[in-house]
Design a protein around this ligand. Sequence first.
Ligand SMILES: Nc1nc2c(c(=O)[nH]1)N[C@H]1C(S)=C(S)[C@@H](COP(=O)(O)O)O[C@H]1N2
Ligand SMILES: [Mo]
Length: 242
Amino acid sequence: MPATPVDAEVTGPPVGRRLVLGLLGLGAVGMVVGSRVQDALGGAISAVQRADPTGVTALVPGGSGFQFYSVTDQEPTIDAGTYRLNVGGLVEAPRSFTLQDLAALPQTDLVRDFQCVTGWRVRAVPWSGVRLSDLLSQVSPSTGATALRLTSLDGAYTESLTLEQARRPDMLVATKMLGAAVTPDHGGPVRLYAAPMYGYKSLKWLGGIELVAAVQPGYWERRGYDVDAWIGRSNGRADAPV
Ligand SMILES: Nc1nc2c(c(=O)[nH]1)N[C@H]1C(S)=C(S)[C@@H](COP(=O)(O)O)O[C@H]1N2
Ligand SMILES: [Mo]
């Protein structure tokens, strides 16, 4: 999806297409017009890819079929030794998890498709990591907590889940993907994998999970995409005709 420079100006609940266009101008056009425009421009058109004269970075190396997405110009460099996943907010026992901490929690394997809202899909991807529900048990959400706010170490991307969604068994804090550690391009060392939802829910370079009292729509959701991104039950845009 195209990068937009105005994150700070976009707040509040999901907005309709006309308002998105008004707020964001050209940056939003690729998004609201949808996959055909993006395909014509060569697939995913992040600033990173536009900066690459070969254009082949639209596909992550390795032939997996994944496209590389980042709303920022640079992917963060994350050192495995100092990595921390900070989980706090409305919880009884806030905690920072190292990679070793995550590895010591029960591990879950899933094999599921990965589906981007713009149309591409990678079938039967193996994922492993810690169930979000298992991680949440470690910090004991308080009674007032109803939702999660997830933040990326890229400093720009955010996502949201209701606490109920986060407790599904197919929501994973993924440390492995495609049979190996999650690569930096794919959001390693730790990314979210929200199996029943479109790819924009699967936040890369996961750095923080904050338990909050109400859903705070994520990066693409503030630009008009559905907050509940169920594959097949959501067309990915809050305003699109039924
Ligand atoms: N931090 C961050 N996470 C992100 C994105 C992004 O731009 N930045 N894009 C999302 C979208 S729209 C998709 S489809 C997937 C793509 O994952 P991939 O780059 O591993 O193929 O990442 C999601 N998570
Ligand atoms: Mo996506």
